[in-house]
Design a protein around this ligand. Sequence first.
Ligand code: SF4
Length: 234
Amino acid sequence: MGIRYNKIENKNKREIVLLKSFPCKYGKCKFCNYIEDNSTDEVEINRVNFETLEEVTGEFGALEVINSGSVFELTEKTLEKIREIVHEKNIKLLYFEIYYGYKNRLNEIREFFKGTEIRFRMGMETFDNEFRINSYGKNFKVGVAELEELSKKLYSVCLLICVKGQTKEMIEKDIELGLKNFESVTINIFINNGTEVERDEELVRWFVDKYAYLQDDARVELLIDNKDLGVFEQ
Ligand code: SF4
């Protein structure tokens, strides 16, 4: 059972939907279990998504779509339905997720939703290239040029923190670079999920103690529990 619709009312008010999509094209991140929600059955995908999107009221003028993958893995019909709802409910701001490999295709989405502001979020997980590639299995390197490019193209990045092998210094650096380069950061404290990546309880204690104030920072979305957005499949 899961919950696919919610309202975020503390900061950055918006409605949020967890939609179903085709399998994540990358699919190799070592900590990722959410791709279990992916499907290859287009009819089923659209059925679930249309039903979920029915709940959107447009009350905040902002809608976030997450889909256990990238916006590019949603079906054409789902994208069209989102566009319909955006117009019907007068939504001015849309949030979507992307994987690094799609960074040069963002204009396609902007074009499709012309007239609506689009904010893209990407799972950076960490700015430490070696850790991202080797420990998280996210196969891309971000150098100075890429960081500059991404800071222009994306609204925010997600950081995954408090896992075994990470150090306090790495987390401090990640938060610093995230806030320096992006308008917003989403910080996920990792929760064991049956994958090979493991949570480090000592780092969690240290982080919560040191960074609790981030809860009040409008630029930071702090997910202490991965169900904090109120949408999940399980
Ligand atoms: S890109 Fe996202 S959905 Fe795909 S495997 Fe990685 S974390 Fe999971």
